[in-house]
Design a protein around this ligand. Sequence first.
Ligand SMILES: NC(=O)c1ccc[n+]([C@@H]2O[C@H](COP(=O)([O-])OP(=O)(O)OC[C@H]3O[C@@H](n4cnc5c(N)ncnc54)[C@H](O)[C@@H]3O)[C@@H](O)[C@H]2O)c1
Length: 269
Amino acid sequence: MSYASPVKAALGRIAFVTGAGQGIGRAIACRLARDGYDVSIADIPPAKAKVDDVIKEIESYGRKAIGVYADVKDAKQIHSAIEETVDRLGPRLFVSVANAGVTQVKPLLECTPEFIENEVRINILGLMNTHITAAKQMVKQGLGGRIIGAGSIASYRTAVNLSPYGATKFAVRGFTEAAAKEWAQYGIRVNAYGPGIVDTPMWDHIDRELAKIEGISVGEAKAKRVKNDILLGRIQEPEDVAKLVSFLASDEAEYITGQTIKTCGGASL
Ligand SMILES: NC(=O)c1ccc[n+]([C@@H]2O[C@H](COP(=O)([O-])OP(=O)(O)OC[C@H]3O[C@@H](n4cnc5c(N)ncnc54)[C@H](O)[C@@H]3O)[C@@H](O)[C@H]2O)c1
């Protein structure tokens, strides 16, 4: 496999990625490293072994990587994680990816306030905390930057049994627009990626929960949706999402801001 990347970052630039211990976040962190960034991998403490593994992979590309631990729900922890990032890697934070998110699966009439609050606090408050803290650092540095968040095809069309999730992802689209308007003056572009059905532990979880609700066997809910919904004929790999993020971070996307861009093999059509 060739690790050559068509997109080259200026050496010494730093990327910060939340939820980067596995799944889409891991693929984004590794792709940005191949593009030339040193990478700060943010996740929660139980993900430490996975974070160590991502660090090893990034170091194999000849880039620096560190693990920092923060729950995105807590603005103070995100502040400390970004502070630690620039202390250890240098004051050149150029890309921040608010990727961490969760999906909970339940019919709306069974969702308790606590259940809903957890999802809102991670998926949208966590993204706001991450974006604002990163933007403050970028404004202080005066070098501009790229702020990127995890949307979804659910940012445009919600799904049954995933209603609070869909609402948080609609909110990501709204916040992406709003932040882009405020931060263009600092040379900061703000965008979001909108994946479809990506082969990560998150979709394994969705599949197991849908199987219970729909009375089908494990694996069937995912297989059915991949077959019926994805026009390009295969499940999405995390690397497919990382390609879009690499593009949005690059100068090739210099005229794009405030957008939530779907990458879903046609699943949203
Ligand atoms: N998998 C998909 O099909 C899909 C589709 C559209 C959008 N997305 C979005 O992409 C993002 C990543 O999805 P994924 O499939 O890789 O998920 P995943 O569940 O496989 O990985 C999520 C990562 O986030 C971390 N995390 C969870 N809660 C956290 C918190 N409070 N603070 C910090 N880190 C936390 C986890 O430890 C894990 O490493 C999510 O925002 C998700 O909503 C995923």
